[in-house]
Design a protein around this ligand. Structure first.
Ligand SMILES: [Zn+2]
Length: 429
């Protein structure tokens, strides 16, 4: 944890001064190895220079300075984290099923107020950007426009698809509006964009029937339908992401060429190769299944169902490892807001599960920062420690290169000129 003396050196006065720092380990969000004893120069708003031990900043960048303002050799520095699949309008930590149901009936303004609090609370976890995965109450759209507005306060980056698109009577009505409201897929996409959608979310399949241990329903969307929605989104310069589980439904979204597949349970090995070859990213969201196992008693799952859940998550982890070995673009997202997946801690749970699956720590961290930013093309320069990126980063004495579990431990978060202390969050759930 940084001392107050350190913090005052590390906080540049607004827009006027710069800080030249040397740090023991620097993870830039993209490289396969951290930089050792790296130099970083930043202002309150952006990063001006990154270089390794042998490459100190040139004079014109550090005018008047001959050595770093501070050397933090015991510290690791990494970009602010990106949670790429969260439902800000849902309270993940609520375990009572009845209360979860009632929660969805709250008036729009109350849902928004609660989501706004959740979002600003994420800064303390070092989560500085969210790709919201959809709600039908304009919660995500409002927060996204608040972020973009001139008068924005200190809040994480957020973008939103607004209401996801699903089929009337099929899964997803709590976060989606039906495509049947429109004459054509193009008109549906156009209407979402008119509402302010930053990207387009498709609910292309149902969900897993845990008691049966498989996806039993037919896909909601055909390959043709996915394709027309994706094309319509592309025409308006928007990415599309698809909720898809079960190999038939996954095949349809691969053929429809979505930008990323969310969940992707029961993905076949052959489909992993198709993801790689078609440049489709995968957000595996392991945490919701893990939480079903942890809370099996409360949820009333019998041994057989728990066995299914364990098999599903084991297979999913194996697929994830294969995907990483094949070079599939993997992006970290927890599905926070789902049952027992709390905003903030749930994201760290996801990173731990990715490490458990066998991904090297650096790959997990890059999936939660630079790889995510590069693939999802956020409108701000975030997720990287590189020249021109926003000055949003984490300082920690507990290197996540040893285990990403260390990201739960206390750390300091720097965000646009302000410091936040992030307490140890490994004891709460
Ligand atoms: Zn989701």
């Amino acid at each position: 944890m940084l001392s107050s003396e350190h913090l005052s050196i590390l906080s540049p006065a607004n827009g006027e001064s710069i800080v030249w720092l040397q740090v023991g380990e620097l993870i830039d969000g993209q490289s396969a190895e951290p930089l050792k004893n790296a130099h970083i120069v930043y202002s309150s708003t952006e990063i001006l220079y990154i270089g390794n031990n042998e490459l100190p900043p040139p004079r014109e960048i550090v005018v008047g300075k001959t050595r770093p303002d501070l050397i933090l050799s015991e510290y690791t520095m990494l970009p602010g984290l990106i949670e790429a699949h969260a439902h800000l309008f849902l309270e993940g930590s609520e375990l009572n099923l009845q209360k979860r149901k009632e929660y969805l009936t709250l008036p729009q303004d109350q849902l928004l107020t609660k989501a706004r609090q959740r979002l600003s609370g994420l800064l303390r976890f070092g989560i500085t950007a969210i790709r919201d995965a959809g709600d039908r109450n304009k919660v995500g759209l409002t927060l996204s426009s608040e972020y973009k507005s001139e008068s924005k306060k200190t809040m994480p980056y957020l973008d939103s698809p607004g209401a996801a698109i699903h089929h009337k009577g099929r899964y997803g009505s709590f976060m989606s509006d039906p495509i049947e409201e429109f004459a054509t897929p193009e008109a549906c996409v156009e209407s979402r964009i008119k509402d302010g959608a930053d990207r387009i979310k498709l609910i292309s399949t149902g969900i897993i029937d845990f008691e049966k241990g498989q996806v039993t329903s037919k896909p909601q969307m055909s390959a043709e339908e996915v394709k027309s929605l994706v094309q319509a989104a592309k025409k308006q310069n928007r990415q599309s992401f698809a909720h898809a589980s079960g190999s038939d439904g996954i095949e349809n979204v691969i053929m429809g060429k979505v930008d990323s597949i969310e969940h992707g349970f029961f993905m076949t090995d052959n489909q992993l190769l198709k993801l790689r070859d078609n440049n489709i990213a995968w957000v595996p969201t392991l945490t919701p299944i893990q939480k079903q196992i942890e809370h099996a008693g409360r949820l009333g799952w019998n041994d057989k169902t728990v066995d299914h859940l364990k098999r599903i998550i084991d297979t999913h982890k194996k697929s994830l490892l294969k995907a990483s070995e094949h070079g599939v673009i993997i992006i970290a997202g927890s599905d926070a807001g789902s049952y027992a997946v709390s905003h903030g801690v749930g994201f760290f749970d996801e990173l731990e599960l990715m490490e458990d699956a066998g991904l090297p720590c650096i790959h997990v961290i890059n999936s939660a920062t630079g790889i995510s930013a590069q693939r999802l093309r956020f409108s701000d320069s975030i997720g990287h420690l590189k020249k021109g990126a926003k000055a949003r980063f984490i300082f920690t004495q507990h290197s996540p290169m040893q285990t990403v579990k260390n990201l739960k431990k206390e750390k300091n978060v720097f965000f646009d000129g302000q410091f936040f202390l992030s307490a140890n969050s490994s004891v709460t759930s």
